[in-house]
Design a protein around this ligand. Structure first.
Ligand SMILES: Nc1ncnc2c1ncn2[C@@H]1O[C@H](COP(=O)(O)OP(=O)(O)O)[C@@H](O)[C@H]1O
Ligand SMILES: Nc1ccn([C@H]2C[C@H](O)[C@@H](COP(=O)(O)OP(=O)(O)O)O2)c(=O)n1
Ligand SMILES: [Mg+2]
Length: 239
């Protein structure tokens, strides 16, 4: 796996009574993702538990990523980090680069990776959870490489919601969330960008045996019945 055993420095500075989460907070971000966390059981013996669990959630625009993430959160207690939501929040809160982010989203293009990874990094750092759904990311090889470089981690699993283009277009055009990119011109561009930039990422993780392809056509509940076993199968690793 991608984490290392905790350093003795950390072991010595940890309080026996601290919870795993508190212990994790004393590590810096990269250490949190590259370190197996050492804590103490009630009998005073050291034990290693609760390493972060990361699922990347991929699929074309309108394939149902966000909808299924909501169900995974309700059922399995993950923290949902949508890259698109983080970028939209950055725009509405006038975060640095907000004009550039807005233009890029309107154009259906991909925001530079350092901006998006920074937002994801902050969201993870401010969460007290250790299991994360990262939705709509990585959307390009550049995104993927930046995440691995900055965060120092690989996903445990990758979900790929496979949906025909006509269905994705239909869903996006009736999404009704007031998004600047939910129009026919932008969706056409986004579908091209998805094929050119995101499919290679899916191929990359596929070759590493991490991708779970889900047929994204059907009712929300039917689709979730394909998703559920992926998390129950990993329950030991997650918990
Ligand atoms: N299985 C489904 N069948 C029909 N519509 C769906 C389904 N899943 C999601 N939707 C709807 O399609 C739109 C896009 O879904 P969303 O979860 O936002 O997709 P994504 O995050 O992949 O763009 C939303 O309006 C959502 O309510
Ligand atoms: N990794 C990412 C994710 C989203 N973006 C930008 C570009 C995308 O077209 C928009 C919207 O992404 P979002 O994941 O919310 O879109 P969908 O839910 O797939 O419709 O945000 C990005 O630049 N980089
Ligand atoms: Mg979404």
């Amino acid at each position: 796996m991608w984490w290392r055993v905790a350093s003795s420095r950390f072991a010595l500075t940890s309080s026996r009574s601290s919870s795993v989460h508190q212990a994790a907070y004393r590590l810096n971000f990269r250490e949190f993702f590259t370190t197996e966390i050492l804590t103490w059981a009630k009998d005073g013996r050291p034990s290693t538990v609760k390493t972060p669990f990361v699922a990347f959630v991929l699929g074309g625009p309108g394939s149902g990523k966000g909808t299924q993430c909501t169900k995974i959160v309700e059922t399995f207690g993950f923290t949902h980090l949508s890259a698109g939501d983080l970028l939209r929040h950055a725009i509405s809160s006038n975060y640095e680069n907000s004009a550039m982010i807005l233009d890029t989203i309107k154009e259906g293009k991909i925001v530079p990776s350092e901006v998006t990874v920074k937002l994801i990094q902050r969201a993870i750092e401010s969460s007290d959870n250790y299991k994360f759904l990262i939705d709509g990311f990585p959307r390009s090889e550049e995104n993927r490489i930046a995440f691995e470089k900055i965060i120092g981690a690989e996903p445990n699993i990758v979900l790929f919601f496979d949906c025909p283009e006509e269905e994705m277009v239909k869903r996006v055009l009736s999404r009704n969330e007031g998004r600047v990119d939910d129009n026919i011109d932008t969706i056409k561009k986004r579908l091209k960008v998805f094929a050119a930039l995101n499919l290679p990422v899916i191929k990359h993780y596929s070759e590493r045996g991490k991708v779970h392809k889900i047929n994204a056509v059907g009712t929300v509940d039917d689709i979730f019945e394909q998703v559920r076993p992926l998390f129950t199968a990993n329950e030991k690793e997650i918990e």
